[in-house]
Design a protein around this ligand. Structure first.
Ligand code: NAD
Ligand code: TYD
Length: 352
């Protein structure tokens, strides 16, 4: 089987390819990635000599490029990770989000429709999406697959839009497509603009730990490899046309996560936990900041038999070890365009 993975040089895509290319040697994996600021081909170094892996530098907003690559690689399964993924960036500049997340997904769907003209069951489009499409919860309740869409940020609105297109292509053209909506991931290779790696690296450097608002917003955290295993399970056993919510049943307030990160770093490096915690700085809140996300993952558990393997304490420790042991990776990222972007956009954040 030929598996086209879009966005495979990003955080979740890299973890997915590193997990499955060496295991499923009879499948060919094609990684199609534009290599934006969030990508790092270095994440995939160990796969370079694998005969069942190849990289294609391409942009999903370019339909002609997609057609060429479909002609060459004849994919049977498309796993669509490629997207602009950071909420704060979408607030500062939504345009790329509209292009890559909406137009890019539309182009991929069009390519599938062109190359998979019959309603064949041996082809599959797996669209990797987020729980943020459902908007914000109050103190109670969970997102199920039937929760109405109510996105708050340009990022989540662009993902919601792409989900609607995927569902429409299934209903209208019979495209064999599946959608997964997953909660916040954490783990190795995550770009240090997202909460957990940002706080780990700032704490290690002795820099302020900028918590938005009062730090009371809640996310449901899932270790990235558990998400990857869920995706593989959905690709193998999911029913086309269905949606599966994926989550860790692991709700945490942001301020509690940051405190926990300080405690683990103190344990691992011999520093004073109170001194690390004193770096916590409450800053101006994110506009449109969703209060709480919480996933009801009972459908994927009951119907497909998936459940997470990692608990939060173990996953966080592994993640902190990874960042401690990969200082060169961090160094290269911090010296690049990421740093310029952070300086331009976050340089003058006001304290709350
Ligand atoms: P990421 O930002 O780390 O990586 C995205 C990858 O997509 C990068 O390699 C980038 O180069 C590539 N890309 C972006 N635009 C492209 C384009 N136009 N053409 C080709 N490639 C392009 O993102 P991530 O955190 O790995 O997320 C992957 C997917 O999973 C996204 O669709 C995201 O919405 C979804 N998701 C993420 C999370 C999370 O917590 N990170 C949770 C649920 C769902
Ligand atoms: P983030 O990692 O950006 O993921 P998402 O917005 O997709 O959930 O943020 C996770 C939570 O952490 C979110 O409630 C915003 C908050 N946050 C901070 O408090 N400070 C920060 O510097 C960042 C990046 C996020």
């Amino acid at each position: 089987m030929n598996i086209l993975v879009t966005g495979g040089a990003g955080f979740i895509g890299s973890n997915f390819l590193n997990l499955y290319v060496p295991t499923y040697t009879k499948n060919n994996f094609i990684n199609l990635d534009k290599l934006t600021y969030a990508a790092n081909p270095e994440n995939l170094n160990t796969l370079e000599n694998s005969s069942n892996y190849c990289f294609e530098h391409a942009d999903i907003t370019n339909y002609d490029q997609l057609v060429q690559l479909f002609e060459i690689h004849k994919p049977d399964l498309v796993i669509h990770f490629a997207a602009e993924s950071h909420v704060d960036r979408s607030i500062h500049g939504p345009s790329e989000f509209i292009q890559s997340n909406i137009i890019g997904t539309f182009n991929l769907l069009e390519a599938c429709r062109r190359f998979w003209p019959e309603r064949k069951n041996n082809k599959l489009f797996l669209h990797v999406s987020t729980d943020e499409v459902y908007g914000s919860l109050g103190a109670e309740g969970y997102f199920t697959e039937n929760t109405a869409y109510d996105p708050s940020s340009p990022y989540s609105a662009s993902k919601a839009s792409s989900d609607h297109l995927v569902r429409a292509y299934h209903r209208t053209y019979g495209l064999p497509a599946l959608i997964t909506n997953c909660s916040n991931n954490y783990g190795p290779y995550q770009f240090p603009e997202k909460l957990i790696p940002l706080m780990i690296l700032n704490a290690l450097a002795g820099n302020p730990l900028p918590v938005y608002g009062k730090g009371e917003n809640v996310r449901d955290w899932l270790y990235v490899e558990d998400h990857c295993r869920a995706l593989w399970t959905v690709a193998e056993k999911g029913i086309p046309g269905e949606t599966y919510n994926i989550g860790g049943n692991n709700e945490k307030r942001n301020v509690d996560i940051v405190n926990q990160i300080c405690e683990v770093i103190a344990e691992e490096t011999g520093r004073d936990p109170q001194q690390l915690k004193s770096l916590i700085t409450f800053v101006q809140d994110r506009p449109g900041h969703d209060l709480r996300y919480a996933i009801d993952a009972s459908k994927i558990k009951k119907k497909l038999g998936w459940q997470p393997k990692e608990d939060f304490a173990g996953g966080l420790q592994k993640t902190i070890h990874w960042y401690l042991n990969n200082r060169d990776w961090v160094e290269r990222i911090q010296s690049g365009s990421y740093k310029n972007w952070i300086e331009t956009n976050y340089g003058n954040r006001k304290n709350s």
